[in-house]
Design a protein around this ligand. Structure first.
Ligand SMILES: *Cc1c(COP(=O)(O)O)cnc(C)c1O
Length: 419
């Protein structure tokens, strides 16, 4: 009993967190992020809402403004800017999405890209079979995903078929199979649930959608850059994801869209702008979509917003997604061990999967006081996220979060609860 307790206690010490950092072969990458030495931020546990900037991005943005924009002026579009969304998309696909070239582009916000891809998918399904009138989605998905699909259902006279998963987990194969039928046009799911952190089985769920004759659109906002993704191998049809979370693209940086090669030229996206046409500078009369992924572009690409994400993609290429995932799992395992040791005894609930195989890069813990606790923590330089109704979400960005930060965050919650 004594030995058991003393072991536990030593594993819960700040000293142990420091030992984990010393043993972490990726720890030095944290120094590449701006603000990681800011004494006013003791623990940043929200890199999954807004990733820290890499120092390299400050230089890249400054150089772009003086040399590219200031130096090349309008000539820059022909010299590389117009090709940038596809070039970054290809590299992101190679490094982090398991996507062969020509299927990924950087474009609008996640919200707008979900609309464009989902609207294209249901139009194709309905025109092939007028009985495909249902969109399958889940009650635990991010609000924007649900709201966009509500709008599309109203616009196209379709029915939303809701899955209500366990809020502390996510959509299982059985959940999805129960919702699918010959009426399903499209399934929209997140690979990692934004609240619980549940990691869906992309291969199994994609196959189930296909068995029902439906297309599937994956939201990768909370997985890209922390969980390896295999879009091509899983047979995924469509995907979208944020770049300002684990990809550190900066506030409001544009999202990415993936359209499987076989669907390009078949799916027609609804925002038919000039830069998605075969010959934008022909200034022609009728809309003629471009061949390939460029057809999913609408207007002028937001080049300034695409600069910083390139530094994270380069870093992910250097480190490798397998090593990034291993660090991510180590961080969430450690957070759960601290939860068990110090927060569970204070009545805090864990609302995330315990099995790392079913968990992404964050965990959520619930307690009725957490709205007020979060406000106090922010004032004290400990920055997690609050998620309704009473959750604190600890987002652990693999390359910029230290084990010491996890300890400081959990200890700050403990101190607040202990009064
Ligand atoms: C963050 C997030 C979004 C955000 O969409 P925006 O258009 O960038 O505001 C959408 N879906 C999920 C699952 C998210 O986590």
């Amino acid at each position: 009993m004594t030995a058991h307790h003393s072991t536990d206690a030593s594993l819960l010490s700040f000293y142990h967190a420091q030992q984990l950092d010393l043993a972490d072969t990726l720890a030095h990458h944290r120094d590449g992020f701006l603000g990681s030495d800011d004494p006013g931020v003791r623990a940043y546990l929200d890199g999954n809402s807004l990733g820290r900037p890499l120092a390299a991005s400050a230089g890249r943005i400054a150089r772009f403004i003086t040399e590219q924009w200031g130096g090349r002026l309008i000539r820059g579009w022909d010299e590389g800017w117009l090709a940038l969304p596809g070039a970054i998309g290809d590299e992101l696909g190679r490094v982090a999405l398991g996507a062969a070239p020509g299927q990924t582009t950087i474009g609008d916000s996640t919200t707008v890209l979900i609309y464009k891809l989902a609207r294209a998918a249901v139009a194709a399904a309905l025109s092939a079979d007028a009985g495909r009138t249902e969109i399958v989605l889940d009650t635990e998905n991010f609000p924007t995903d649900r709201f966009i699909l509500e709008g599309i259902a109203a616009e196209c006279s379709m029915t939303l078929r809701w899955i209500s998963p366990d809020p502390a987990a996510g959509v299982t194969l059985a959940d999805l199979e129960a919702a699918l039928s010959g009426k399903t046009a499209l399934v929209v799911l997140s690979q990692v649930a934004y609240r619980s952190g549940y990691l869906a089985d992309m291969a199994a769920l994609t196959s189930a959608a296909h068995r029902a004759g439906a297309l599937i659109l994956w939201d990768l906002c909370h997985s890209v850059g922390s969980v390896p993704v295999e879009l091509d191998a899983c047979g995924a049809d469509l995907a979208v994801g944020c770049t300002y979370k684990y990809l550190n693209g900066g506030p409001g940086s544009p999202a990415f869209a993936y359209v499987r090669a076989e669907h390009q030229g078949v799916l027609r996206q609804p925002i038919q702008g000039w830069l998605g046409t075969a010959d934008p500078f022909g200034m022609g009369e009728g809309y003629q979509p471009a061949a390939g992924i460029r057809a999913f572009t609408s207007g002028t690409p937001p080049i300034l917003g695409m600069l910083a994400m390139q530094d994270t993609i380069a870093l992910l290429a250097e480190v490798g997604m397998a090593a990034v995932r291993a660090k991510s799992v180590a961080l969430t395992e450690y957070a759960i061990a601290l939860y068990d040791g110090v927060l569970a005894p204070l009545g805090v609930e864990l609302s995330s999967p315990r099995d790392a195989a079913w968990r992404g890069g964050h965990i959520t813990v619930d307690h009725p006081t957490f709205r007020e606790v979060t406000a106090t923590l922010w004032g004290d330089g400990v920055i997690p996220d609050f998620r309704n109704p009473d959750g604190i979400r600890l987002g652990l960005s693999p390359l910029s979060t230290s084990f010491a930060e996890v300890w400081l965050g959990v200890d700050a919650i403990r101190a607040e609860l202990a009064g």
